[in-house]
Design a protein around this ligand. Sequence first.
Ligand SMILES: [Ca+2]
Ligand SMILES: [Ca+2]
Ligand SMILES: [Ca+2]
Length: 442
Amino acid sequence: MRFTPFVAMATLAASNYVAAESARYIVHFADQGAAHTARSASRTAVTARHAADTPRHLRSLAAGGEVFELTNDDASRLATLPGVTSVEEDVLLTPNTIVDSLWKRQWYMHDPKVGVDAEVAWKYTRGAGAVVAVLDTGITPHPEFDGQLLPGYDFISDAGAARDGDGRDADPTDMGNWSDPGECLSSLGKASTWHGTHMAGLIVARAGNRAGIIGLAPEAKLIPVRVLGRCGGRTSDVADAIVWASGGDVPGVPSLGKRVDVINLSMGTTGACHPALKRAIEQARSRGTVVVTSAGNDQKNVNTNTPANCPGVVAVAALGRSGAMASYSNFGRGVTLSAPGGNLGERGADDILSTWDIGKRGRERSVFGYRGGTSVASPQVAALVALMRSADPDIGVDEVTAQLVDNARPLPGPCPKGCGAGLMDAGATVDAVVEDRGRRRP
Ligand SMILES: [Ca+2]
Ligand SMILES: [Ca+2]
Ligand SMILES: [Ca+2]
């Protein structure tokens, strides 16, 4: 006797009045006719028993296959029957579990009140295809950067500030920006900050490698550009680096050939927007590169701090752990929006955890460390821009700013002096970008 799926279904139905463990299975049949009869048989069986127990046909799949609710025993038996080519469990897929061991300490990513809602954004993208340039002290080797970096450049033209023995070169390794007592306007001297390494981790620290943290755009690529050395960096070097990273030509430096999506400038000084910076930023914007910068840590109006006061930048103020404006942050109408910056206090855990090096002068060993300030707020917005460009590569510079502003969350704490549109919201912003893309290109 030819055992058809119809008979199989009827047999299974009749034998299963005893409740058993049931689950959803995707059953593939040898042909459409067999599938049809199996569907009919299961429907009949269910109707006859006025019950929802097995076998119950749920739906047909677009790519072939029928979804049934079956007991585990029936599923095994069904798989052996002629006319049935395969039976697979309709397993539940879950979002990738976060295994990076310091994730819980990354409150700025997931705190329901003051976090940036990274996981909602990651439902759409983790930044694949987007490129971020971080103009900073350079970069140090760190396991969180394996496979995450593209070749960068060292724009420090003064060998003494660069500490690498020459002027501009193709190696953006951070040689340390420590200073001796009496140097760099500091009577005590300072340890190296590994500032660029900390910024880079917030953007592209690897996801899923168990160790450490996750950047907000872990599938984006980062170009480390060194502009800050001993005692800081020159406007002329920063301006050239902005032009270069946005795909422009800088004499004596091999062209990048294309623009990056976003430049992060976690730096500043008191004064008006310098004409050289203003022109470089204008050029970058005209080529499609978004320029994100920290508002500054002077407790002053942001219009006193440059490049945050340059036209066209996204200026980022910092919120403390409570969600109120951080005590050190600059503020005012020139702030575009805010991001978590931590308290810059004694309790490290209230600051922003990222990649670091343990060396006090030269680099020694890769570690993780907490740092606060508008410096750490800015790269989170830059990483969000990378997610936005990954979700919609065609989104324009001004549209990026508009979406950041429109989708910022109301401030979770007070900021009477002006923190811009609110707290950056990665989830809501990427969601809006995806929706907008759908409207433009249905
Ligand atoms: Ca050099
Ligand atoms: Ca170098
Ligand atoms: Ca990691």
